[in-house]
Design a protein around this ligand. Structure first.
Ligand SMILES: [Zn+2]
Length: 171
């Protein structure tokens, strides 16, 4: 048994056809906009940043202070108990000297990216941020640092309300 195959004549649309405006072409610029809920703990954290303060959550069972704060202690499997203000000083846990920017271009002066463990928070957690006012060759793991804040009128409730961390000589 044979089946008759109907063929429809057609052809490829070439770039030349498009240039000659033989076909309708629509160019659309997509501008996606995102929004998300920061959650209870990070919302408070961000609001406190706007006030120039760092805050964490304390778990009364393991006595850890979590910075950035979390409403739940993953070690004790229970909700955390209270809010605790902490100092804006800390210790460099790890760092990277980046000679390439986010647009893949070589930077004139390198960007110093670091994870800073906040002094009064429990070890093993930290804030990813940048270091400045220090020569790249002088950065070390264990280096003491302090937050440099934007002026109050420029703060927006974002981690960038801290401009960067700088070496800290105090106690
Ligand atoms: Zn705990």
């Amino acid at each position: 048994m044979s089946q008759k195959i109907t063929s429809y004549p057609g052809h490829e649309i070439t770039p030349e056809d498009l240039k000659a405006s033989k076909y309708l072409e629509i160019i659309q610029k997509v501008e996606p906009k995102y929004s998300w809920a920061a959650g209870v703990a990070i919302s408070r954290f961000l609001n406190e940043l706007k006030e120039g303060r760092l805050i964490g959550r304390k778990c009364d069972q393991c006595e850890r202070i979590l910075v950035p704060p979390r409403m739940y202690c993953e070690r004790c499997y229970r909700p955390t108990d209270s809010w605790v203000y902490v100092k804006d000083t800390g210790t460099v846990n790890t760092y990277s000297i980046s000679h390439v920017g986010t647009d893949a271009r070589r930077l004139k002066s390198p960007l110093l990216v670091a994870v800073v463990e906040i002094d009064e928070a429990s070890p093993g957690m930290g804030i990813l941020h940048t270091l400045s006012e220090v020569e790249p060759s002088r950065v070390t793991i264990g280096m003491k640092v302090q937050a440099v804040w934007k002026p109050a009128e420029e703060r927006q409730g974002a981690i960038t309300d801290i401009r960067y961390f700088k070496p800290f000589e105090g106690v």
